[in-house]
Write a protein that binds this ligand. Sequence first.
Ligand SMILES: [Zn+2]
Length: 333
Amino acid sequence: VVTTAIDFERDGKQSDYIRVPYSSNSSAYGWLPVPIICIRSGDGPTLLLVAGNHGDEYEGQIALLRIAREIDPGGICGRIIIVPALNWPAVAAGTRVSPLDGLNMNRIFPGDPHGSVTSVLAHYLDTVLFPMADIVIDLHAGGKSLDHLPVAAIRGGLTDAQHLAARELATVFGIPHVVTTTGAVGSAAMTLHASAERHGGAVMTLELGGGGTVDPVGVEMAVDGIKRLMRHYGLTPEIDVRAAEPVRFMRLSGLGGAVHATYPGLFEPCARCGDRVEAGQVAGLIHFPDQPLRRPERYMFGTDGIVVCRRFRSLTEAGDCLFLLMVPEDAQT
Ligand SMILES: [Zn+2]
């Protein structure tokens, strides 16, 4: 059974682990040490902050370590629970998915108490942490395979009220682009975001950079946004943080705006994250290093839009996503 030494009802700052039992060749009776911090004082809302859902996404991990160190329990009214390196084996290995069971943490919620370690951990969040939380934020980035424009992602919500609460959350947070995604079915229903939403709170996912490195702009956006939330929702009414820029509500442009490779080769991107592009514009080329005189394959953007992410790795296989575009939420295309 999963345990922790943290008493979530106690005032003060506590740091321990979500202790997920794991028996291996090197440790027969051990547990995985998934770091968790609880900062609490008196009554108020509970904010749950999670990073390291994918192990190779770093801006959120660093932002949450800063928040965990900086926030003094004396200054807050309510509770902040921070899980800065959720899929700990993946974080320790620098990989997207767990090296222990090969599972993508963000496709297996609500988890399974009798499953493998990643499923057991997901089940702990779904049954222990999500029910305590009024606000849940899951911090991501593009990881090693993608570069990602910083965006906040929200969903339609289970009710209109929940969607409006998420819009308010994203507006207060202040990342300039807010993308509303759909996806109540299939693997999109098995994300941390979807699972947390079923408990009724306001939920938001952040994308903060990518490439398997750290974009300092993404780290600052996350730290400032969390402080704005803490002030807005009454956790830390006195905290000092700069004002947010106004946000623009967007949506993904759908299949017409996605560009995927259809040949293996070397990907040369012809646009950057944040670029405004037009239908018919060249998105990128796939070169064939084993056939030097073969003309590279050209890929065009299918719609107008803003580049929200692009493939970061050069070596590419057929089926790899090269670009996604976003458009204003009221756009016709
Ligand atoms: Zn991710």
